[in-house]
Design a protein around this ligand. Structure first.
Ligand code: CP
Ligand code: NVA
Length: 303
């Protein structure tokens, strides 16, 4: 049975530490110009139901750097669920290559894809989770902090795939996680309950951004309108007012707090241009680390 990475918690804490160490090693070697090609001759099929820049480019670059190849199946070509069901795609693409990365709407669909695949399936974002992003984020936090001990992170905004993934990550990495969303926009209830019941981290879910950020070293923002929710944008703009990461809110945060955002950002909505471009922002380190972190996952699963 192939091993998949559909959720952050698909790896144990020990495996996660190994992946992070491998990611750092691959990054250092790449910077020194050393070639590391454990995936020579291997093929990754990339399935997209939604747009992407970082995920598409970093997986394709990563497979090339590891000696392999990536096939890009854009939303209008493969049309998973429209032209063919996930269970057929899973079986067909398993016969052409060594792994799949999929960005889908429904998490149930990626689970079906994985169930029918004979090769590893990696979640490149679903409506429920975005584990590759949080893996890269944790690598970035490690680089800036030197350790994950006593991590305090505040997530402001929508209880979406990013918020859910942080909750899932808190079942593997001990942290103090404070999530603040407007009423009615909280994270997935099952994911939140599991995070609390795991008992590893301190989880606070509230509607108060000021309180959430008070102790946090990391202030994390994501868009208020995710891909596929565009028709709700006006309603969301009104509901999320007060949750913007801006200079005023930063005034009540720790002076050494770092700003993170998975990107793409909707500047002027969830975050101001000033804060995103400011000295505390580490968003481009996060974006870079998608490459290194995912290469480590690819080596672990496809190597
Ligand atoms: N953060 C992220 O996943 O970016 P893309 O949507 O551009 O892939
Ligand atoms: N929550 C956002 C994340 C984008 C990387 C979305 O799903 O569109």
């Amino acid at each position: 049975m192939a091993r998949h990475f559909l959720a952050f918690s698909d790896f144990t804490a020990e495996e996660m530490a190994g992946i992070l160490a491998l990611a750092a090693d691959l990054k250092a070697k790449l910077k020194k110009g050393q070639r590391v090609e454990p995936l020579r001759g291997k093929v990754l099929a990339m399935i997209f139901q939604k747009p992407s820049s970082r995920t598409r480019a970093s997986f394709e670059a990563g497979m090339f750097q590891l000696g392999g190849h990536a096939i890009n199946l854009a939303p209008d070509t493969l049309q998973l669920g429209v032209r063919e069901p996930a269970r057929d795609i899973g079986r067909i693409l398993s016969r052409y290559g060594d792994g799949m990365m999929a960005r889908l709407f429904s998490h149930v669909d990626i689970e079906e894809l994985a169930r029918y695949a004979d090769v590893p399936v990696i979640n490149g974002l679903t409506d429920l989770y975005h584990p590759c992003q949080v893996l890269a984020d944790i690598m970035t936090i490690l680089e800036h902090r030197g350790s994950l001990d006593g991590l305090t992170l505040a997530y402001l905004g929508d209880g979406n795939n990013m918020a859910n993934t942080w909750l899932d990550a808190a079942t593997r990495i001990p942290m103090s996680l404070a999530i603040a969303t407007p009423p009615g926009y909280g994270p997935d209830a099952t994911v939140a309950r599991r995070a609390v019941e795991a008992g590893l981290s301190t989880i606070t879910i509230s509607h108060d951004p000021q309180e959430a950020i008070a102790e946090a070293e990391i202030l994390y923002a994501d868009v208020w309108t995710s891909m596929g929710q565009e028709r709700e944008r006006q309603k969301r703009l009104a509901a999320f007012a007060g949750f913007q990461l801006n200079a005023r809110l930063l005034g009540s945060a720790r002076p050494d707090a770092l700003i993170m955002h998975c990107l793409p950002a909707h500047r002027g909505e969830e975050i101001t241009d000033e804060v995103l471009e400011g000295p505390r922002s580490i968003v481009f380190d996060q974006a870079e680390n998608r490459l290194h972190a995912q290469k480590a996952v690819l080596v672990k699963l496809l190597g």
